[in-house]
Write a protein that binds this ligand. Structure first.
Ligand code: ADP
Length: 438
């Protein structure tokens, strides 16, 4: 500002001096005319620069500041500096805002910001997907006009947001959302949504599992305690053969409970245990011989059992787990194949690893049951499974063991014709057997 004042004072001083010097030579009229002319020119100069300043102010933000002359040069360069600084601050601010937006978009949870009137101010794409909102058209609209689910409307209007709301939207059947509202600022709200479908499914599975285990244990326990009661009440009236029969039946039920508990412990160990070792060698020939031996004992000579090995190899993994898995498959083959049937255990090494197959020509399985067979306690025929000593956990164990060995279980079956259970081991789980020289 000082520069402008000095500039104006210098201009006026120069004009006044010129008029005074001219006065004795040109006379008063011309000297005053000279002064008036000078003042006019000075006024025009200022008007022109003011005009430039006014037009610049009408330009959009960021337009270059015009150049000025004389004292205005100083004014314009000051403005230029301030405009550049303001632009820089604007850029920094919008970059910070953009970073926040990107972070909000990257969040795995849905985020919606509501103003005092519950109108949507901002949302991320996840929230859009969860609540069926479209950020291109729904910003500014009241959320209650868009998410009309009564549970949600009541919760939003209640003003009590300590507990999250569990929302099952009809728009996405089968999915569950946990919705949490957080108040902030001046009556604004943050709505957070999280997809808890998987957690809810696990919770249902856990509840079903506990109910199933209790039921599976309760049935034999009731039978055993019934037998004990009968024996205690009427031991003297029973013939030794009758008493023996009761004890045998009670023992069968106790065995059933033991098998169930053994299978439960195996499953639990599989779930919590360390991954199977990659350096323990399980010779396929030995493994299948042991499994076949067990199956023969179970069959009691009622089935034709064969083992077929094409290319000796060793599996890399847990011997105990693999034995348990293939014993389950072989015992199923025996239990679900009527007497006179054939059961075959085979191994074929190939370039991609090796294929271990357990097949039978037994009762077979209807296609609709196949995808669910590895679920815990899933049985096609509950009565038949129990009669033959099944726990309903065998295939769950098999699937678990194979998954831990990066191997997929494939089930092929045809009702009335038989079943085939295939385990394709990847090459990293298969090693060539060391040749023993004699
Ligand atoms: P279970 O103890 O009942 O045998 P699993 O988990 O081993 O339980 O098997 C689940 C169900 O799959 C069985 O109840 C049976 O219905 C069916 N299943 C398993 N293996 C065979 C097979 N080889 N042939 C026919 N059905 C089978």
């Amino acid at each position: 500002m000082n520069a402008i004042r000095i500039g104006a004072a210098v201009s006026l001083g120069v004009l006044a001096l010129a008029a005074l010097v001219a006065w004795p030579f040109l006379g008063p009229v011309w000297a005053l005319a000279l002064l008036a002319g000078g003042l006019l020119l000075l006024g025009a100069h200022h008007l022109r620069n003011l005009d430039r300043l006014a037009s610049w102010m009408r330009e959009p933000l960021g337009a270059p500041v015009p150049h000025g002359s004389g004292a205005w040069e100083h004014v314009f360069s000051g403005l230029n500096r301030r405009a550049r600084k303001a632009m820089r601050q604007r850029e920094e601010l919008s970059a910070a805002l953009e970073r926040f937006r990107t972070a909000g978009q990257a969040m795995p949870d849905g985020v919606v910001i509501l103003n005092r009137q519950n109108q949507i101010e901002w949302m991320n794409a996840t929230a859009g997907g969860h609540l069926g909102l479209d950020s291109r058209v729904d910003i500014g609209s009241p959320i209650m006009n868009l998410v009309r689910q009564p549970d949600f409307v009541i919760h939003l209007e209640s003003g009590h947001y300590a507990e999250p709301l569990m929302l099952h939207t009809s728009r996405r059947p089968g999915t569950a959302l946990a919705l949490q509202i957080i108040q902030f600022g001046d009556g604004q709200k943050l709505v957070l949504t999280r997809d808890v479908t998987q957690i809810e499914r696990l919770e249902t599975m856990r509840r079903d599992f506990v109910a199933n285990v209790s039921h599976e244990l309760k049935t034999p326990l009731t039978v055993v305690s019934g037998f004990i009661e009968t024996l205690a009440d009427s031991l003297r009236d029973l013939t030794p053969a009758e008493a023996e029969n009761y004890l045998r039946l009670a023992h069968e039920q106790a065995e059933r409970m033991r098998r169930l508990i053994d299978d439960l412990l195996t499953l639990s160990a599989l779930e919590t245990g360390a991954p199977p070792p990659a350096d323990e060698r399980v010779d396929v020939r030995t493994l299948l011989a042991e499994v076949a031996e067990e199956a023969k004992a179970l069959s009691g000579g009622r089935h034709a059992l064969s083992v077929d090995i094409d290319g000796d190899a060793a599996l890399l993994g847990s011997a105990q787990e693999l034995r348990s898995a293939f014993s389950n498959l072989a015992s199923n083959a025996v239990r679900y194949t009527p007497a006179g049937g054939a059961i075959r255990l085979s191994w074929r090494a190939d370039a991609g690893g090796g294929l271990l197959t357990v097949e039978d020509n037994g009762i077979g399985i209807e296609a609709r049951h196949i995808p669910r067979l590895t679920e815990r306690f899933y049985r096609v025929d509950r009565g038949r499974s129990r009669e033959s000593g099944g726990t309903g956990l065998g295939l769950a164990i098999v699937k678990h063991v194979l998954t831990r060995h990066q191997t997929q279980l494939v089930i092929e079956s045809e009702l009335g014709r038989g079943s085939r259970f295939l385990a394709h081991f990847p090459s990293r789980r298969v090693a060539a057997t060391e040749k023993t020289t004699v």
